[in-house]
Design a binder for this molecule. Structure first.
Ligand SMILES: *[C@@H]1O[C@H](CO)[C@@H](O)[C@H](O)[C@H]1NC(C)=O
Ligand SMILES: *[C@@H]1O[C@H](CO)[C@@H](O)[C@H](O)[C@H]1NC(C)=O
Ligand SMILES: *[C@@H]1O[C@H](CO)[C@@H](O)[C@H](O)[C@H]1NC(C)=O
Ligand SMILES: *[C@@H]1O[C@H](CO)[C@@H](O)[C@H](O)[C@H]1NC(C)=O
Ligand SMILES: *[C@@H]1O[C@H](CO)[C@@H](O)[C@H](O)[C@H]1NC(C)=O
Ligand SMILES: *[C@@H]1O[C@H](CO)[C@@H](O)[C@H](O)[C@H]1NC(C)=O
Ligand SMILES: *[C@@H]1O[C@H](CO)[C@@H](O)[C@H](O)[C@H]1NC(C)=O
Ligand SMILES: *[C@@H]1O[C@H](CO)[C@@H](O)[C@H](O)[C@H]1NC(C)=O
Ligand SMILES: *[C@@H]1O[C@H](CO)[C@@H](O)[C@H](O)[C@H]1NC(C)=O
Length: 436
């Protein structure tokens, strides 16, 4: 009988051992299999058109230090998914350049009028990390360009220089100093503009009174813009993205902001805006990203925000909001980012949110006023309100599951490994006893 029991134990442990070791290899295999799998070969680069590039354009590219040993119209596929340097049309007898991106230019590259003249077929031109000196573009090129991008390039630009790109639909200038009396100098003549970014450009002046009605994307963040947000800006019914953060805008948020019915992203952060969050904002069904942080907004936080179903990012930190935070835990857990810290007159209801929350604000007393002194634990997190972990310790970790899946896998792996070793020992002991 005892022998029979021992035999059963041996079989059982052997079975468990093989199961657990199987699970162990299954857990490690996803990391090893992609490494052993052969990398898919890039498809052979077949020319779309057999015609060669216009020789004039070829020498213009050479003058810009762009290697032309291979056909520039079909650049080799680069690793990291970098965009191609150039694209061409399929005209004959010679193809012509349609778009060109200059990246990481060396110091000895210089733009010449001759080269740019022969490149007038371009409708898209980008300079990225090309600190070369700008020159006046030939009128043919200026008129032809639909898309112009300049990021950390061309040293310094003027509003007048940019305004010559009057047929542009997409204009992006970032991390380049722009000298102009205001954005209107650049934008007022651009009748076809759809998307504009003039950011971190030390641009001064006030926001324009007139805007191209078809604008969908406006980013004027990181400049020296002053004055109020004009109501005319809220008449852009196709606007999906508005970023005016890090300027010196003051006065109140226009009450007509709710007219921007296509708006998805709104950042007015780091300005000097005061007053309340306008009620009309409740009418923006597509709003997913709302950043009003670091202003002087001073009324209570409106209830309607908790009914904005698409909202994923909400930052109201660093203002002067007052009263009771109108959100419950369901609402907060549904957001990817939620920040309200550094609002000294704002408090949260301990009955609805529990006492374990780390929101960077104090709990309310029975009159709906911040308890004083606020618990040290709560006020300490107002300093790091810039990281997204404001509500990490919030209740159970239901909404944060994905953040823990990595460590959990490791723990599971270690546990399976240990179990395997224990079973192996038991198995060996059993084997030794069985075979005695
Ligand atoms: C440009 O240079 C930087 C660093 O020097 C490098 O990381 C980047 O990949 C380069 N970009 C291109 C498109 O060559
Ligand atoms: C660009 O603007 C000019 C006016 O300066 C206009 O005549 C021309 O049709 C536009 N160019 C193109 C290619 O649409
Ligand atoms: C604005 O867009 C509409 C519809 O896409 C188009 O008909 C109209 O011509 C555009 N207006 C301008 C000034 O580009
Ligand atoms: C930014 O603009 C101001 C004037 O508005 C000027 O005094 C300052 O030198 C500019 N800074 C840079 C880095 O261009
Ligand atoms: C707005 O611009 C700032 C600075 O340029 C940037 O950090 C922020 O992510 C932008 N916001 C959105 C919603 O794109
Ligand atoms: C909103 O901003 C996010 C982050 O900056 C960006 O990924 C997204 O494309 C933006 N949406 C629109 C409509 O511009
Ligand atoms: C908010 O600020 C404005 C202007 O700074 C002021 O007129 C108003 O009384 C303030 N409201 C509250 C509730 O403090
Ligand atoms: C939280 O508030 C929403 C409405 O804003 C409500 O539908 C939901 O039932 C509330 N959840 C809890 C747990 O009170
Ligand atoms: C907190 O919430 C409870 C339950 O919803 C409510 O009875 C109480 O009045 C609230 N306290 C404050 C200060 O708003």
């Amino acid at each position: 009988m005892a022998l029979y029991l021992l035999f059963l134990l041996c079989v059982l442990s052997a079975a468990t051992f093989s199961f657990s070791s199987g699970a162990g290899t299954a857990a490690t295999s996803p990391t090893s299999s992609p490494a052993t799998a052969p990398a898919p070969k890039p498809p052979p680069s077949t020319p779309i058109s057999s015609a060669a590039l216009d020789p004039k354009q070829l020498s213009a590219l050479e003058s810009l230090n762009i290697p032309t040993s291979k056909n520039p119209c079909s650049p080799p596929p680069r690793s990291g998914g970098a965009p191609p340097t150039a694209t061409c049309d399929s005209s004959r007898p010679f193809r012509h350049l349609v778009s060109l991106t200059l990246t990481n230019c060396s110091d000895d590259v210089a733009l010449s009028l001759t080269a740019l003249k022969s490149l007038s077929t371009l409708t898209s031109l980008s300079f990225i990390d090309c600190p070369i000196s700008p020159i006046r573009f030939p009128p043919e090129l200026s008129s032809n360009l639909r898309s112009f991008t300049c990021i950390s390039s061309l040293k310094k630009l003027t509003g007048v220089w940019l305004s010559r790109l009057h047929n542009a639909t997409d204009l992006t200038v970032s991390r380049v100093s722009i000298t102009a009396s205001g954005p209107w100098v650049i934008l007022s003549g651009m009748k076809f503009l759809h998307s504009v970014t003039l950011s971190q450009a030390n641009l001064s002046g006030v926001l324009p009174k007139h805007w191209q009605p078809n604008l969908t994307y406006v980013d004027l963040s990181g400049n020296n813009l002053k004055g109020k947000i004009p109501a005319s800006l809220t008449r852009l019914e196709n606007l999906a993205h508005l970023n005016l953060s890090s300027n010196s805008l003051n006065d109140t948020i226009p009450s007509s902001i709710g007219d921007l019915s296509a708006l998805q992203n709104l950042s007015l952060a780091k300005n000097s805006l005061s007053g309340s969050i306008p009620e009309s904002l409740a009418a923006l069904p597509a709003l997913t990203h709302l950043d009003l942080s670091s202003n002087q907004l001073n009324e209570s936080i409106p209830n309607f925000i908790r009914d904005m179903k698409k909202l994923k990012y909400l930052n109201l930190a660093g203002n002067n909001f007052r009263g009771v935070l109108p959100f419950n835990s369901t609402f907060i857990k549904g957001l990817e980012v939620f920040k309200v810290g550094d609002n000294s007159n704002l408090c949260y209801n301990r009955t609805t949110l529990g006492s374990k929350v780390k929101l960077g604000i104090a709990p309310c007393d029975k009159h709906g006023l911040p308890m004083s002194p606020p618990p040290a634990k709560d006020s300490s997190s107002s300093d790091d309100s810039s990281d997204s972990s404001d509500y990490d310790d919030y209740g159970n970790s239901e909404g944060k599951k994905k953040h823990h899946s990595g460590p959990n896998k490791v723990v599971l792996g270690v546990a399976i490994g240990l179990a395997s070793i224990v079973f192996l020992i038991v198995f060996l002991v059993c084997l030794a006893k069985c075979c005695k």
